[in-house]
Design a binder for this molecule. Structure first.
Ligand SMILES: O=C(O)CCC(=O)C(=O)O
Length: 254
């Protein structure tokens, strides 16, 4: 599927698309190891965890923008950015970037739509789309290890999730390491139980329309990351926002 077809699927179709083998399995496996090492470091440090609620259900949640160039590349993957640009329009912004690890025995986090929708007053609207979520599979996603649950077409309702409907409609999206699920922020979805003995690792990215305030605070990104940031990454981080806006102010020829 090309970017236009993906965008159409997210708005008019099932609300999600599985982009297969976007990165090599070996690259996904290397990123997965980095994430699990970071989880260990995070647990050994004294500081408060980014998401204390996650631990209660057997999840680990780690922020990624200061975790090395592997992740800087992932957040700028050209295929994914093309789909995001088609869906969200020019100068879209990075809103959140983290990894979610489902430890063995992990329980579901709860059915939800994504930011900014849950922070907005209703009624919601499917268009213009405000957010695209990416769930990168850092290993094969299986029914057993917690492949994500989605309710196909639920974004068309433009409404908060209904538990009973979700139960009857939801399917799990399985796929190979290096693939990514992209979805409309209004799609009802949930994590699944991890019934295996191995952690299931996903990288989660939220891209938003440029007028949405990012969910995560990116003001404390290390200098080193900003110093090597590509123009693309600087734009994703809102560093070009003022300049880019001026384009819209240019008078149009009569
Ligand atoms: O990790 C997953 O399977 C999905 C996570 C998710 O939907 C979220 O954190 O919003």
């Amino acid at each position: 599927m090309d970017a236009a077809q993906i965008s159409h699927a997210l708005i008019e179709g099932p609300g999600y698309a599985l982009m297969e083998n976007v990165i090599a399995t070996a690259d996904a496996a290397a990123a997965r190891r980095e994430i699990l090492d970071q989880v260990e470091r995070q647990n050994q440090s004294e500081g408060p965890s980014y998401d204390g609620r996650a631990k209660k259900i057997g999840h680990e949640h780690v922020l990624l923008l200061d975790q090395g160039t592997v992740f800087e590349d992932l957040v700028q993957n050209p295929q994914i950015l093309a789909a995001a640009g088609e869906l969200l329009g020019e100068d879209f912004t990075l809103s959140a970037f983290s990894a979610r690890v489902l430890l063995p025995g992990a329980r579901p986090m709860g059915i939800h739509v994504d930011y900014p929708y849950w922070a907005l007053p209703q009624p919601y609207a499917v268009t213009p789309p405000l957010m695209m979520q990416v769930i990168w599979m850092m290993q094969d996603f299986t029914i057993e290890n917690g492949a994500t649950f989605v309710a196909p077409h639920s974004q068309r309702r433009a409404a908060p999730p209904d538990r009973d409907r979700f139960k009857s409609e939801a399917i799990q999206i399985t796929g190979r390491a290096g693939s990514a699920i992209v979805s409309h922020g209004l799609l009802w979805h949930d994590t699944a139980p991890n019934q295996t003995q191995e952690p299931r690792v996903a990288v989660l990215i939220n891209y938003c329309n440029k007028v949405i305030r990012p969910m995560q605070d990116f003001s404390n990104i290390p200098e080193a990351v900003l110093a090597r940031a590509t123009p693309q990454l600087r734009r994703l981080l809102g560093k070009q926002f003022g300049k880019d806006l001026l384009r819209h102010l240019k008078p149009k020829p009569a």
